[in-house]
Design a protein around this ligand. Structure first.
Ligand code: UD1
Ligand code: PEP
Length: 434
């Protein structure tokens, strides 16, 4: 198992460009199954989860031709849906969350699909009810094999309907949307997720010939069409990487410019880091984070302790709470981090406490961070990366700490961050892959 060896304490400087968005890529790559025509996609991040999904598409007989370092053309004109019943698919698809989104397009085009046991981060229960109930409402039937954990879905015809989702699931919305674009009649998805990656998917589908109203809102109205055509699509910058780099700069007192950060699509993210007291200078599409010795966590207007919590878009993404938490360690002041969506995402704080952070884990969902105000540096330790975002939070802690840290299980980090060691070395970080 690969490790990172980090010698912390270096102040970093320079420019860093975020990769294409991981969670957008997983939706967009699934959508190539909706047409027999070529689809050209740019700014695809070279990360484990995305490469695994590309591998699954290849195994399904989709033609995959690289056209540049992060660009590919996909053509799904001879799809082998039966591959989805193979042992190999069972094994590989369970390794990432994104594979669930192959189901919507397959059901729409080939009238059958298989939904794997959800993979991805082990950050709490991750149910598929929204996906399955949505497909059922469109006219699919499902059976569940408790030995394999697979749902088999089939339909004679998908028919549009009105549905109010139980929760605005991101992958659930993408899945139902991709099924509905080829259904007969009109589908209304109310309480839909509406984050920029869903908007990107909608806009791609519209370019392919789909009819979708309400893009960017929580109500999508889709008029089904018989066929979709090829298109070209470019992924947005990864907003979770942008937030990770802001946290990294603040914790390590570094002067970093995040180039082409996709500022217009960051929503409330910059504001949350400002609530930690971090100065951000936005110049066009770049974010300059100056070296900051001191940053002071704001209080609420009534003087109450700041709380930062997750919510579906346009609320704050749960994927950045681990980064906000680690960044608060050297702040002046106190913050309550409340992770509402996932119940196992804060346990990594025990490693931060071992490094010297002042954190009280109140329960699985809430942690209070009392800033050290740089009176004490964290100390390097050996630790293991439990999930993508906790992994990067631990990496940020290690880069700010005195002495050597070893981070194990870095495959978790590689799932979502492209060549992170190389890009951090270019900023002056002492990090080695072992
Ligand atoms: C591949 C991908 O795109 N993964 C993202 C996607 O996962 P994913 O689509 O799997 O996440 P969902 O949006 O379905 O929901 C995530 C969790 O939050 C809970 N929930 C959701 C909505 C809500 O209003 N209340 C609530 O408690 C759900 O029950 C679930 O346990 O969206 C998550 C939420 O932004 C992100 O963390 C993941 O990185
Ligand atoms: C939780 C995440 O990913 P996934 O849904 O792919 O596990 C994440 O990107 O932070």
């Amino acid at each position: 198992m690969a490790i990172f060896e980090v010698r912390g304490g270096n102040k970093l400087s320079g420019n860093i460009t975020p990769q294409g968005a991981k969670n957008e890529a997983l939706q967009i790559l699934s959508a190539v199954l909706l047409t027999e025509q070529p689809v050209e996609i740019h700014n695809i991040p070279n990360i484990i989860d995305v490469n695994l999904l590309i591998e699954l598409l290849k195994e399904m007989n989709v033609k995959v031709s690289p056209t540049g370092p992060n660009s590919y053309v996909f053509q799904a004109d001879d799809v082998n849906v039966e591959y989805l019943q193979s042992e190999d698919y069972f094994k590989k698809s369970g390794r990432l969350r994104g594979s669930v989104m192959l189901a919507g397009p397959l059901l729409a085009r080939f009238k059958k699909a298989y939904l794997p046991k959800p993979g991805g981060d082990k950050i709490g229960r991750r149910r598929l009810d929204t996906h399955i109930i949505g497909f059922e409402r469109l006219g699919a039937t499902f059976s569940y094999n408790s030995d394999t954990g697979f749902f088999a879905l089939k339909t004679d015809e998908l028919k549009g309907c009105y549905m109010l989702l139980d929760e605005p699931s991101v992958t659930g919305t993408a899945n139902i949307l991709m099924a509905a674009v080829l259904a007969t009649g009109t589908t209304t998805i109310y309480n839909a997720a509406c984050e920029p990656y869903i908007q990107q998917l909608c806009n791609m589908l519209i370019r392919m010939g789909a009819i979708i109203e309400g893009v960017g809102s929580n109500q999508l109205i889709i008029t089904g069409v018989q066929k979709l055509q090829g298109t070209t699509h470019t992924m947005l910058p990864d907003m979770i990487e942008v937030g990770s780099f802001i946290g990294l700069a603040a914790m390590t007192q570094s002067d970093i410019t995040i180039k082409n950060a996709g500022v217009a699509s960051l929503g409330i993210i910059p504001e949350k880091f400002r609530q930690l007291g971090i100065q951000l200078n936005i110049n066009g599409d770049d974010i300059h984070v100056p070296a900051q010795e001191r940053y002071e966590i704001q209080t609420f207007l009534d003087g109450g302790v700041m709380t930062i919590y997750d919510n579906p878009w346009p609320g704050f993404t749960p994927d950045l709470l681990s980064i906000v938490l680690v960044t608060a360690i050297q702040a002046h002041g106190t913050v309550l981090i409340h992770q509402k969506m996932f119940e196992s995402r804060l346990f990594f704080t025990d490693k931060l406490i071992e490094m010297g952070a002042q954190i009280i884990l109140c329960d699985p969902h809430r942690a209070v961070v009392v800033g050290l105000e740089r009176a004490k540096q964290l100390r390097g330790i050996t630790m293991s990366s439990p999930d993508i975002r906790a992994g990067v939070a631990l990496l940020i802690a290690a880069l700010s700490a005195s002495g050597k840290s070893t981070i194990q299980n870095i495959e978790q980090i590689d799932r979502g961050y492209e060549n992170i060691d190389g890009r951090l070395q270019a900023l002056g970080a002492d990090i080695k892959r072992g």
